[in-house]
Design a protein around this ligand. Structure first.
Ligand code: F6R
Length: 365
């Protein structure tokens, strides 16, 4: 049921403080992360030579968002595979690998075929899914349910943020034997506890995002630049815009800007730059300067209070979001992008819950 909302997508965006709370429930006790589904395999995971994240679409982006903290807290190299590409390349995978399969539905054909492939090669296979009893949950050796609640809108929203939270909790659990990161882990756990409240705050940008959507309604194209923890935010924000608003949108790694995309910059093409306050901030400030120098039409997402740092001359539009611990910032930052995609779609008159040509669960290759 949609309740007070016009569409499932809007309802599911606004449910995120609750879905995140449910995802974490019972898993953060006395400053320790407990993930029952991984307990028996923790020694094997800690000893693995590599962790491989595998998924498609939004689920792949969620894994990409969690990758930096997984590497930082576990000291295990993390590589990324889009399921179809892994199969196309017959990618190398070994029994010393831990392969983490991320899928909201647990029924995506490409992801399940990649799982068969990894099982045949002897890797430890871990599932991260929202669907209890799904094929993914049954066929992996172990796993974690994200408990986001049923998601009906074809565009994934609350499942995305809950997937990130679950993978951050996995990083905390796998890395919990390291004294060197104790203070960092405590800060993240404190951040997780406050996260639903911060998500509630960022949802107040709904009206502002509707106004932004209004100003972009006639555009042909929209770019999003991110890096570090928020490279995934750029990719996922652009995917939301293209799949529901039917507008061309590309997420780009800001570090790659000079290697081609800069040629596109002019005073017309709207570009969203994600420049929240983390260890990539000064690099993003310089990206903003370079885009300004080419008269780029910028919309800058920054941390509350940073507007004058990202846009000293007041020339660009600024979206200010609450600051949280770095590895959780992608969860906050995607929410204005989800709202933007939603409003753009409704204003452009398209079907927001069932975009053309798409299905909720892609069970064919
Ligand atoms: C986009 C979206 C898709 C899915 C992808 C994988 O909003 O929902 O990109 O993320 O089809 O689906 P799951 O997560 O069910 O494996």
């Amino acid at each position: 049921k949609k309740g007070d909302f016009d569409h499932f997508m809007k309802k599911e965006i606004h449910e995120q403080p609750d879905s995140l709370t449910t995802s974490m429930r019972g898993r953060l006790k006395d400053g320790v992360v407990g993930l029952g589904g991984l307990k028996d395999h923790m020694r094997t995971i800690r000893r693995s030579r590599r962790i491989i994240f595998i998924g498609c679409g939004t689920s792949y982006h969620a894994a990409l968002a969690a990758r930096p903290i997984m590497e930082e807290l576990t000291d295990i190299p993390v590589t990324m595979e889009i399921a179809s590409d892994m199969l196309d390349r017959k990618a190398l995978i070994f029994k010393e690998d831990t392969a983490v399969f991320v899928s909201q539905s647990g029924e995506t054909a490409d992801t399940l075929l990649a799982l068969e492939y990894a099982l045949q090669h002897g890797a430890l296979c871990v599932g991260v899914t929202n669907t209890v009893g799904s094929t993914l949950a049954r066929k992996t050796h172990c796993g974690v349910h994200i408990n986001a609640g049923c998601e009906i809108g074809v565009a994934s929203t609350k499942a995305y943020t809950c997937q990130i939270v679950v993978m951050v909790m996995m990083a905390l659990a796998i890395g919990s034997d390291k004294m060197s990161t104790l203070a960092q882990r405590e800060a993240i756990i404190a951040g997780l506890t406050k996260l639903p409240e911060k998500v509630h705050d960022v949802l107040k940008l709904d009206g502002e995002m509707k106004a932004l959507a209004q100003s972009l309604i006639e555009e042909q194209s929209l770019l999003m630049f991110g890096r570090g923890n928020n490279y995934a935010t750029a990719l996922e924000g652009a995917l939301k815009v293209k799949e529901v608003a039917l507008m061309h949108s590309e997420g780009m790694l800001a570090g790659e800007m000079k290697h081609g995309p800069l040629a596109l910059v002019d005073e017309y093409l709207p570009i969203i730059v994600i420049a929240t306050h983390d260890d990539s901030f000064s690099k993003q400030q310089s990206v903003i300067q370079q885009l300004h120098a080419r008269k780029g039409r910028l919309i800058v997402m920054c941390s509350e209070g940073d507007a004058s740092l990202v846009c000293p001359d007041g020339r660009s539009r600024v979206i200010e979001v609450p600051r949280v611990v770095d590895c959780l910032q992608p969860i906050i930052n995607i929410i204005p992008m989800q709202l933007l995609a939603y409003h753009l779609t409704v204003l452009r008159g398209y079907n927001v819950d069932q975009p053309r040509n798409l299905a909720k669960s892609v069970t064919t290759q």
